[in-house]
Design a protein around this ligand. Structure first.
Ligand SMILES: [Zn+2]
Length: 459
């Protein structure tokens, strides 16, 4: 941390100079207008204003262009580790020295296949900020930061309407930030990348965190596990004592299971074809695990409904109907269902899913949601899914589309970190760490589904 401390003290000294200049400028303006701060704010207001930590604009940083580092470059020829040279920082960019980046199944296509343009693949991660553009306010040099695929600007239409998970700064294409030895410009995927020793990330994608937690665990909470965990506490918060069904026990599903356990769910039913993942789901808190390859789809739906039917069918005693009414509506089913399956892109070196498209579990998740319950979708399936029209209208099930679990990074990531600090959630045993030199191998392991979760950890 000595290097970080030095960077932080340099930045603080620089910012202090900036504040002094700003203050002088303000008084000069006030003098010209013939007013004083005291006249504007009053004594109490002035004291309150003085108590607010200053957020003066950062001074223009020294150029970072020319710095050398290494990263995994993915292009039409595949992926490999290359030496890179940094370009200059944009006004809203943060330069981050990466500590860890989780390996996402979503990235495997671009890493193990081909990318049309030269990219640094990745969905962010954790690192230490080494420089900021002159317009950056949220982050200071020396901060440990989480870089998330979902932005939170706070100003766009979606952020102002409570749907930061759809912040309009998310999913941008980014801009080139480095050059290869051959002079080819490389862009961080999604504007953030992750599998390189240095990266640029726009301020909107960056959340400062004040913790010494292990980098690999933080890389997972900012990405897949944080997605599943957020889904259980954001749009359809899991209620204590409720019944929860989770489809898929990969990294996103693991987060969903943890959220159900933390919320105090009575029953947590996990549907997962891979034996090792079902066993891990048990360790995380699943009360029941089901193998979708061991039964038909109809039997699976019936099994979940039977587990999640409550303790009585005596309606006057708080029970519900066990079976269908004249309209075909079944009173059984989970209160909260979280789907985290998605399409299979590569043949797994573990048990196959019953449906490579991921569409079947979309329908099953809806089928096992009790009338009036909540069904939250996270998996990236491929194809079309159909539902009975009368059921969509009259069964009272609420469907939630949980882009990144409905996460608001600046609101949610610090509290997730707090729960990790308190030991309420512990991700240490879930992640397999790989050095940068083995980043392609890490993506192959994730594609094979031979590990629970992977992260590239920088030395
Ligand atoms: Zn926004």
């Amino acid at each position: 941390m000595r290097r970080n401390d030095r960077l932080r003290s340099q930045a603080l000294a620089s910012r202090q100079r900036g504040r002094e200049q700003d203050t002088g400028g303000w008084f000069a303006m006030a003098s010209e207008d013939g007013v004083s701060r005291r006249a504007l704010f009053g004594a109490a207001g002035l004291a309150a204003a003085a108590a607010v930590p200053a957020q003066a604009a950062a001074p223009a940083p020294a150029s970072v262009a020319g710095r050398r580092f290494r990263g995994m470059v993915s292009d039409a020829q595949g992926s490999r580790i290359e030496a890179l040279t940094l370009l200059d920082l944009g006004p809203r960019d943060c330069l981050v020295r990466m500590q860890a980046s989780s390996v996402s199944y979503t990235m495997t296509g671009g890493v193990l296949g081909a990318s049309r343009t030269p990219l640094i693949m990745g969905q962010g991660g954790v690192g230490v900020c080494e420089a900021v553009g002159p317009m950056v306010k949220r982050v200071q040099v020396g901060d440990r930061v989480l870089i998330s695929a979902t932005a939170q600007c706070g100003w766009c239409y979606q952020c102002l309407h409570g749907r930061t998970d759809w912040c309009q700064f998310s999913q941008t294409s980014g801009h080139p930030f480095a050059r290869t030895a051959a002079g080819v410009e490389v862009t961080p995927r999604g504007g953030i990348g992750g599998t390189s020793e240095l990266t640029f990330a726009p301020e909107e994608h960056v959340t400062p965190v004040f913790t010494d937690l292990p980098a690999a665990s933080l890389a997972l909470i900012v990405n897949q596990i944080g997605c599943g965990f957020a889904a259980g506490i954001t749009q359809a918060p899991i209620e204590p004592g409720s019944d929860v069904a989770v489809f898929g026990a990969g990294p996103v599903g693991m987060g969903a299971i943890l959220s159900a356990r933390v919320a105090g769910a009575a029953r947590i039913v996990v549907v997962e074809p891979i034996t090792a993942r079902r066993e891990n789901a048990r360790r995380l808190g699943a009360t029941h695990v089901l193998d979708p390859n061991a039964m038909t789809g109809a039997e699976l739906v019936e099994a979940v409904r039977e587990i999640c039917k409550g303790r009585t069918d005596r309606l006057f005693a708080g029970g519900r109907r066990w079976g269908t009414n004249v309209f075909g509506q079944d009173g059984r089913g989970a209160d909260f269902v979280l789907e985290a399956v998605g399409a299979t892109r590569f043949p797994p070196k573990a048990e196959k899913a019953p449906d490579d498209t991921g569409v079947l579990p979309l329908r099953q998740a809806w089928d096992v949601t009790r009338p009036g319950g909540h069904c939250t979708y996270m998996g990236a399936a491929q194809g079309e899914v159909s539902f009975p029209a009368i059921g969509i209208a009259l069964n009272g099930r609420s469907i939630h589309a949980a882009q990144m679990g409905g996460q608001h990074p600046m609101r949610d990531l610090p509290r997730f970190v707090e729960m990790m600090e308190r030991g309420i959630i512990d991700l240490g045993a879930l992640v397999t760490a790989y050095p940068l030199d083995r980043a392609v191998e890490a993506h192959q392991a994730v594609a094979d589904r031979s590990i629970l979760a992977g992260a590239v950890v920088f030395g």
